[in-house]
Design a protein around this ligand. Structure first.
Ligand SMILES: Cc1ncc(COP(=O)(O)O)c(C=O)c1O
Length: 496
């Protein structure tokens, strides 16, 4: 539902600001499950807002599932089940290896084309969440304004200056100053990551990845003949800095050229590194002269509070290569990403020229036009709310339907859930059976170069949770349950 109410000092609608403060009280435990929340009148008085604003705030909290209305009694904090157990940390090998993911990825892509399959596999939001009509209008406007966009060969390797300026402006609001002229627009984030890894490594080199790690990163490393070492990532705080320090200090650390991570809402475990840890990571990379390749595609999709800073904000010597795209947040079909090249600007431009040439300009001008209009923030606010609700609802379906002992993440941004099933279930081996049943997910093994996470899976919460989703999750739960060895029967006790 859309409300049009006043704004607070930061430009957030008042009803949302009030709802966010209340949500923080609930998350922190200051307001306990089943406790009464202030009535509309009291809330309006306490916060000095109108009755309509107070009603809108409470409705917002209700929509997010944080409070529930009881007839004639008012609103109460929702009866929340205990937070699910986060997935456990696993032992990881210290030896560098090639990743080996290509064949499995092909099968996954084929599965996603199956008609009618529940969209629980690929990490994609529902197209209905994007401002498609507004983008179409921008596209028509820029095509009319500049007919040369299609008729002339794009020659600027950096891409549209208008778009680069808008990206720099967006990050300036986040608290990160970027020189617009240095940005390079790419074909999605994958091209940005590929270019980054290509210029900082040579075949046989090693990079460090967080574990579990986005499989695209493992795929790129594999295609470049680069070995990877996995360092554990905690589902809340991300990469284990001490483990990285130990690795870099030892013999295996000598071949490491780069660390590649998604510091903000990592895919798949949703972790978001606290600011102090980001600062420490950048410092550590400096100490050991290692490049940091940072993937920020989910950075704009936090559920509450301020947009998290990227590690790039702590970069003092151009060693952080910030890569991102609009694929998750605005327009997946535009295939537009970018890289902030730091000290590798010339090498990256040359590599971009050689590999794919300049990125097509028409979509770039379309996005620049949309961003210029100031509508991106408004769109993000809506999208964040929808994603936060979807993630919570999907998480509840999983808790209801998956076998006893299942653990899962509670991400605070992005839209994927990382699920750990009881050991003994092999999600990769079961994937074909699942697809045959019209069900999809991404098997955990894809997120590791060393065959870890066989009993894990990633679920996409990018789509609204419908009765069809609930059925799909229930059937997945039954499939997993059917592969669990029945509990051994107790031998009858002998009497002496
Ligand atoms: C962490 C991460 N990085 C990069 C990408 C790829 O982005 P793009 O589609 O813009 O190439 C994805 C897509 O799933 C992702 O999850």
């Amino acid at each position: 539902m859309q409300y049009s109410y006043g704004m607070d000092d930061s430009g957030t609608p008042l009803y949302l600001a009030v709802a966010q403060d209340m949500a923080a009280l609930i998350h922190s435990g200051a307001l306990k499950p089943m406790e009464r929340v202030p009535s509309v009148r009291l809330l309006a008085r306490q916060r000095r807002v109108s009755i309509t604003t107070a009603v809108a705030s409470l409705r917002e909290l209700e929509q997010r599932g944080l409070i529930e209305a009881r007839p004639k009694s008012g609103y109460f904090v929702a009866r929340r089940r205990p937070a699910p157990e986060p997935p456990a940390q696993v032992e990881l090998p210290r030896r560098a290896r090639l990743a080996g993911t290509q064949a499995i990825l092909k099968r996954l892509a084929d599965a996603s084309l199956t008609p009618g399959i529940a969209r629980l596999g690929q990490a994609l939001p529902d197209p209905a969440l994007f401002p498609e009509a507004a983008l179409r209008a921008c596209l028509a406007r820029v095509a009319r304004r500049d007919p040369t966009l299609l008729g002339e060969y794009p020659v600027r390797m950096g891409g549209s200056l208008a778009l680069r300026e808008q990206i720099a402006r967006h990050y300036a609001h986040v608290g990160l100053a970027l020189p617009a002229e240095e940005l390079i627009i790419t074909n999605g984030c994958m091209e940005a990551l590929t270019l980054a890894m290509r210029v900082v490594t040579a075949p046989g080199d090693t990079i460090v990845v967080e574990s579990p790690s986005y499989f695209g990163m493992l795929q790129i490393a594999e295609s470049l003949g680069v070995k990877v070492i996995e360092i554990p990532s905690h589902p809340r705080d991300g990469l284990h800095i001490q483990a990285l320090r130990e690795l870099l200090s030892g013999k295996a650390g000598r071949d490491v050229r780069a660390v590649a991570i998604t510091a903000n809402f990592s895919n798949p475990n949703g972790s978001c590194m606290p600011v102090a840890r980001k600062r420490e990571l950048v410092k550590l990379c400096g100490e050991f002269d290692v490049v940091l390749i940072e993937d920020d595609v989910y950075g704009d999709l936090q559920f509450d509070g301020a947009r998290p800073l990227p590690c790039k904000a702590f970069d003092r010597d151009g060693r952080v290569l910030l890569c991102s795209s609009f694929s998750k947040s605005l327009a997946p079909g535009a295939r537009l990403g970018f890289i902030v090249p730091g000290r590798y600007r010339d090498m990256l431009r040359a590599a971009k020229h050689m590999i794919s040439g300049a990125t097509p300009l028409l979509q770039q001008e379309m996005l620049a036009d949309f961003l210029q209009s100031g509508r991106y923030e408004r769109h993000l606010r809506r999208m964040r709310r929808a994603l936060s609700q979807q993630v919570m609802q999907l998480s509840q379906c999983v808790q209801d339907a998956f076998p006893e002992g299942t653990r899962l993440t509670q991400p605070e941004g992005g839209f994927v859930l990382w699920v750990e099933l009881p050991s003994g279930i092999d999600t990769l081996a079961l994937h074909e059976d699942a697809v045959r049943l019209g069900l999809d997910y991404v098997p955990g093994a894809l997120f590791s170069a060393s065959g870890r996470y066989a009993n894990c899976l990633r679920l996409n919460a990018g789509y609204a949770v419908t009765p069809a989703t609930e059925t799909a999750i229930r059937r997945l739960g039954q499939l997993f349950q059917s592969r669990l060895a029945p509990a051994p029967r107790r031998a009858p006790e002998r009497t002496r």
